[in-house]
Design a binder for this molecule. Structure first.
Ligand code: ADP
Length: 479
């Protein structure tokens, strides 16, 4: 099959979250299955370092705001996997992706309408007639609409669309006046169309007009149809339940494999965990903590955002740190208030808490490799990658039973347990889970068994890609 994959961030060129990891790994895995995949993403300033090649294919897209000229740049990722960067300097050549600091760019509606339509035009200009147009998150929602309305009689019009909801919390809401800026017809500004509480909602375009919807875990596919998990769209999602499936993300096992990881001072695998102890020492030293510290080492790598439940970590860990020899290492960045609260925590417990604020991909590997327990008390979690990295690295995840965390972590009360789960989003429930981690740490034989079971689980992208392939085939009617 021919697949056009449209996405707003892509590792290693641009990244704000797990979406960028998916955008690099899933197309690669699909190409590995023999499909021809083209990925379209904006040429942000950050992609320049990769020196993509101009293809000599000019594009012109007209909006009421004016005509925008664009060109396509390209990097090849293998014989049937090509990345196409949509270059439009006025829109994308900026230091940030969606904005700078806490401020989103004021023209994001235009920037991502441009991506949505530009990706389809790029395919057309290249004579690439995809069987599937795979769209991701609100930034590409309008492409589902454009595909239906603008390409009916062209080869592109045959394509079926898949819209993946990676995170329903971000929907691309804009003042309704943007309808005119983008030239969207007002008859679509209705509750079963683009309107959401009198605003324009980009995500709804994908939810309403894509042929198939997916979320990134089976539990999330159910969660988002409830008032608690639907972020205001549960009614609409329930209506489209027949088109909605949950496919668990995978992890990139070439980069996230403790037996081969280039970021680690020592390597290890389920059959020999000796290298993990060395990584633990290196991690503790790196954060200025005593390298031979014996108590359990809890770790967190996270966006500092309400979603991730970092407030529960702040509520529960001080008590635990005061009454035990536990240690905590945190790598994260985001909400300035949460960052400050973690600074205060670190200064209150010198020698017990290590903190690095900022984004550091390489360090995140060492944190997973050196940690004993990974804390992930998310309010909601569509899939989550960190708990899968943790399982692969023998860092036992302590997670809330929600979304993809429920689909990937088995509680250690089960014979095949790989981690610790808790249900209620509350400090007492999280505290009990952390106490269970303390008890597990005290029993080194049980701890090793739990670690090994997690390390041998298969979370590779190959598995996920085959599930997407089956969905694509159902859509194009080849099964
Ligand atoms: P989300 O996409 O909601 O942020 P995921 O768990 O799906 O959460 O993916 C987060 C990704 O970002 C993981 O690859 C994680 O390791 C990485 N990450 C998050 N914060 C940091 C950080 N401060 N430094 C390095 N990596 C980070």
């Amino acid at each position: 099959m021919k697949i056009l994959f449209v996405v707003s961030e892509l590792l290693p060129f641009s990244k704000t979250g797990g979406l960028a990891d998916v955008a690099s790994a899933l197309p690669a895995a699909l190409a590995g299955l023999g499909h021809e995949v083209k990925v379209v993403t904006p040429a942000y300033a950050s992609v320049r370092a990769a020196k993509p090649e101009p293809l000599g294919v000019p594009l012109s897209l007209s909006f009421p705001a004016g005509t925008f000229h664009s060109e396509l740049l390209s990097v090849s990722h293998g014989p049937n996997h090509q990345v196409l960067f949509l270059a439009q300097d006025a829109l994308y050549d900026r230091p940030g992706i969606y904005g700078e600091g806490p401020w989103p760019y004021a023209d994001n509606a235009l920037r991502y309408a441009f991506l949505s339509v530009g990706a389809l035009s790029a395919a057309q200009a290249l004579g690439f007639a995809p069987d599937i147009v795979h769209l991701n998150d609100w930034q590409t929602g309008l492409a589902a609409l454009a595909l239906l309305r603008g390409y009916g009689d062209t080869p592109l019009g045959r394509a079926r669309s898949v819209f993946t909801l990676h995170n329903l919390a971000y929907q691309g809401w804009f003042p309704k006046e943007q309808m005119d800026v983008l030239g969207l017809p007002w008859e679509l500004f209705t509750p079963d169309g683009l309107e959401f509480y009198d605003q324009l909602n980009f995500l709804k375009a994908g939810v309403v007009w894509a042929d198939a919807l997916t979320t990134v875990s089976p539990t999330d596919a159910r969660d988002i149809q409830t008032p608690e998990g639907g972020e205001g769209l549960h009614g609409l999602l329930r209506e489209r339940a027949g088109a909605l499936t949950g496919i668990l993300n995978g992890i990139e096992t070439t980069t996230w494999n403790p037996a081969t990881d280039v970021h680690l001072p020592a390597r290890f695998h389920a059959g020999d965990l000796a290298g993990k102890a060395e990584c633990r020492r290196a991690l503790l030293s790196r954060f200025g903590l005593p390298a031979e510290a014996e108590g359990p080492l809890f770790v967190c790598i996270s966006r500092m955002a309400a979603q991730k439940g970092m407030d529960l970590v702040l509520e529960v860990m001080p008590g635990l740190l005061s009454r035990s020899n536990a240690r905590l290492v945190v790598l994260g960045s985001g909400d300035p208030e949460l960052e400050t609260a973690f600074r205060v925590l670190a200064s209150r417990f010198p020698g017990q808490v290590g903190l690095q604020l900022g984004y550091d991909e390489s360090l995140s590997h060492l944190v997973e490799a050196g940690g004993d327990f990974f804390l992930m008390p998310s309010r909601f979690e569509p899939c989550g990658l960190n708990q899968m990295y943790s399982l692969a690295y023998g860092c036992v995840p302590v997670v809330r039973s929600v979304g993809g965390l429920s689909d990937t972590v088995v509680d250690l009360s089960q014979p095949d347990g790989t981690g610790i789960r808790f249900d209620a989003f509350s400090a007492p429930a999280f505290e009990r889970a952390v106490e269970r981690a303390m008890a597990l740490h005290a029993d080194s034989t049980a701890l090793e068994a739990v670690r090994r079971r997690g390390m041998v689980r298969d979370f590779s992208w190959g598995r996920s890609a085959r599930a997407y392939e089956a969905l694509y085939r159902r859509l194009v009617g080849t099964t």
